[in-house]
Design a protein around this ligand. Structure first.
Ligand code: HEC
Ligand code: HEC
Ligand code: HEC
Ligand code: HEC
Length: 340
């Protein structure tokens, strides 16, 4: 992300400090510690996927972040004494599991941070409806996945839920943590390119023969839904802004950037009218301080449009977007080659 270049002053108006937003819960992701089984439980079957994960920043942050001098500086400023124990940092940097009635960080950002806490769906998703692979009917298979979804599993095809999860961590919606703690306001995140580099672990269905990248249609969906969620998330985050400092500027810059990219996407893919609608909706709320109600309403309407897009399209008709989609040189990190 670029330096904290101030936004045009017209983008952010000084609002009167009427609303002081307090945060009870700091964690952005509502991960359910009581239902978290931990990455080792997944690795019992998903060995290759777990190996890929071990090569990521997500894995390493567990050990490295608390030792980092910048981390200690942030923690000091925020009055956090034990980084691995206080909730302010936990939900974004670690996987927390409930053990003997205590909440314990057991890993960095792991399988369930992205695929949902597993306890209720782990047996369902892998159980082939109580049969063997060969004898499960198509109807039973469909029911199995429906049941897994309903029990909180987030599958690769659930674009919206997946993207929301990434953005819940990669945009930091805590004004204090940014302004006072000096934490980054988030990452220069783009869903397609950030999921196809070091994070990629599509080695299950290829039986470890290949780490299969997303195909063209899937890339378009990741790109488009990612941008939509970026805009939605940034609008909600600006809603939490109460002072004219780095946090507010960064979030306004993010929202403005996302809607410009979406405007370009709307032009490139006129056969997807929902994109232009999202841009229009984003202009119904001013990117200004103390404007939570109207920003949240815009974000809610945008959320509806994103949901419609995920139900209506699979990316195959969106080749218009291809010229906008980042190429492999932009992938964040390198995808692991499986060892067969
Ligand atoms: C007992 C073995 C086993 C365990 C343990 C297990 N899985 Fe799986 N997983 C499977 C099988 C088998 C499939 C493929 C099912 C199929 O082909 O229909 C699968 C498929 C998946 C998929 C792909 C879903 C899709 O949409 O195609 C994901 C994601 C996944 N597992 C995540 C996890 C996570 C996360 C954990 C830990 C919380 C986990 N699995 C634990 C066996 C397991
Ligand atoms: C809302 C989610 C969120 C919260 C809460 C959060 N972080 Fe982060 N943190 C991130 C993200 C995302 C990055 C990666 C930013 C990037 O792309 O450069 C990051 C990066 C960092 C880094 C630099 C990278 C590294 O690990 O060396 C440090 C240090 C850090 N965070 C410390 C903390 C501390 C200490 C706390 C608690 C006081 C905390 N963070 C709370 C999301 C969060
Ligand atoms: C940072 C988020 C994230 C983490 C952490 C993560 N996954 Fe995934 N997983 C994804 C995404 C995104 C995809 C789909 C990738 C794509 O679009 O190409 C995926 C795909 C999968 C698949 C389908 C593979 C295939 O062959 O198609 C399986 C199985 C899976 N993950 C299991 C796991 C397991 C097990 C872990 C932990 C060891 C894990 N994931 C950790 C986000 C994550
Ligand atoms: C639970 C919070 C969380 C979730 C969910 C999450 N991330 Fe992250 N991610 C982080 C943090 C924190 C870091 C920085 C770790 C560090 O460097 O210490 C990070 C780092 C990364 C990096 C490495 C960035 C670099 O600087 O090289 C990539 C790539 C990435 N995330 C992609 C994703 C994708 C794609 C998703 C969703 C499919 C996702 N993340 C979901 C918290 C999260």
């Amino acid at each position: 992300m670029g330096p904290t270049a101030p936004l045009r002053s017209s983008v952010l108006y000084l609002g009167c400090l009427l609303i002081i937003v307090g945060f009870a819960a700091y964690g952005a992701v509502a991960s359910d510690a009581a239902k978290t089984v931990g990455p080792n439980a997944c690795a019992e079957c998903h060995k290759q996927e777990a190996e890929a994960w071990k090569g990521t920043h997500h894995f390493k942050t567990y050990r490295e972040m608390p030792r980092n001098s910048k981390a200690n500086e942030i923690a000091d400023k925020m009055g956090v004494r034990r980084i691995r124990q206080e909730s302010l940092c936990l939900n974004c940097h670690f996987t927390v599991q409930q053990k003997n009635n205590r909440e314990e960080p057991v890993a960095g950002i792991s399988c369930e941070s992205c695929h949902g806490a597993g306890q209720d769906w782990i047996k369902v998703h892998s159980g082939f409806s109580g049969k063997t692979t060969l004898f499960e009917s198509k109807v039973e298979e469909k029911e199995r996945w429906k049941l897994a979804d309903s029990k909180g599993m987030i599958r690769p095809r659930s674009f919206y839920l997946l993207a929301k999860n990434c953005y819940a961590c990669h945009v930091v919606p805590q004004e204090d943590l940014v302004n006072k703690g000096g934490h980054k306001a988030g990452s220069a995140f783009e869903l397609m390119s950030w999921s196809q580099g070091e994070v990629l672990h599509n080695t299950w269905y290829s039986k470890g023969r290949e780490n299969v990248p997303a195909n063209a249609a899937r890339k378009r969906m990741l790109y488009l839904i990612g941008l939509g969620v970026e805009l939605e998330t940034a609008l909600r985050a600006i809603g939490k802004a109460t002072v004219r400092k780095a946090y507010a500027f960064e979030m306004a810059k993010r929202a403005d950037g996302a809607r410009k990219q979406l405007a370009a996407a709307a032009k490139a893919a006129p056969n997807v009218p929902e994109i232009a609608r999202i841009v229009e909706l984003s202009h119904t709320a001013g990117l200004k301080l103390n404007n939570e109600r109207s920003l949240t309403a815009a974000a809610d309407s945008i959320s509806n449009q994103i949901t419609i897009m995920t139900e209506k399209y699979d990316g195959s008709t969106m080749s218009g977007l291809d010229s906008l989609i980042p190429g492999p040189e932009k992938f964040k990190g390198t995808a692991r080659k499986p060892d067969n």
